[in-house]
Design a protein around this ligand. Structure first.
Ligand SMILES: Cc1ncc(COP(=O)(O)O)c(C=O)c1O
Length: 248
């Protein structure tokens, strides 16, 4: 096997962990930390919160934004869309048989898996030169008789094959006017928020309800590491709250 930061690794998206991050990963592993709660690992949780603050500020999310680190962008997409579905169910009186989530043909395959797991259906939106735009999203919603069953939109920033960033600003506007959850899948590309030359491509990301960025891709961390940030982190708690037993 070849490590993915080897110069001879020629497949997929390479990672580029720094020596410092590899060393610190070793220390964390050797310490056998359980970072699930403040009680068990306050230091690690504090450090994670600082890193998440950095990501939130980069994206221009509000002060109250927050989240956690999960094992990769696929897990991040799953968590975010589970919360999106619950938030929609809490908002709507009538729950459709199946929630739909707007995606394009460029959306990462992990989202298709996520939708299967969540019992949601994909709502296909056409692209304009491989980008989902506010206009293509609005047209798809207008043309569908059951558009009320759409609970969320996945904007990709950037796409796995070509690094193309969807029209987040236009999509965010449609989400705002129609009350849809905006999830930005920046697992691959959102590290480019740090590049002044590319920052404008991400305009509108500050309106995201949830955002995923993979530090194990472009932010020099070793595998597995995805930052998952919610605009309103308290909505996530709703998903983990125990449901009352049903009467049947
Ligand atoms: C756009 C996008 N989303 C999600 C993922 C999944 O990320 P991970 O491999 O960290 O689960 C990838 C991986 O390449 C990706 O490019």
């Amino acid at each position: 096997m070849i490590s993915c930061d080897s110069p001879r690794f020629l497949s997929f998206i390479p990672a580029a962990p720094t020596k410092a991050s590899l060393l610190f990963d070793m220390i964390v592993s050797a310490s056998s930390l359980q970072g699930i709660s403040w009680l068990e690992a306050a230091g690690a949780v504090h450090a994670e919160n600082q890193a998440l603050r950095f990501v939130s500020d980069l994206a221009g999310l509000p002060e109250g934004a927050g989240g956690c680190f999960v094992a990769g962008g696929s897990a991040g997409n799953l968590s975010a869309l589970a919360v999106a579905r619950e938030a929609a169910a809490a908002r709507h009186r009538a729950t459709p048989d199946r929630w739909r989530v707007a995606v394009s043909e460029q959306t990462h395959s992990s989202v298709a898996n996520t939708l299967r797991m969540l019992g949601c259906a994909p709502f296909d939106v056409a692209t304009d030169d491989a980008r989902m735009t506010g206009a293509t999203l609005a047209a798809a919603l207008d043309a569908h008789p059951d558009a009320d069953s759409v609970c969320a939109v996945v904007a990709t920033a950037g796409t796995t094959n070509a690094g193309i960033v969807d029209d987040i600003s236009g999509i965010a506007e449609v989400c705002r006017t129609r009350g849809l959850w905006l999830h930005v899948d920046g697992a691959y590309g959102a590290a480019a928020l740090l590049a002044p030359s590319a920052r404008h491509l991400f305009d509108g990301v500050e309106h995201a309800d949830s955002l995923v960025v993979d530090p194990h891709k472009w932010l020099y961390a070793p595998f597995d590491c995805a930052a998952l940030v919610y605009r309103e982190p308290h909505l996530r708690a709703r998903c983990t709250r125990r449901r009352p037993p049903t009467s049947t």
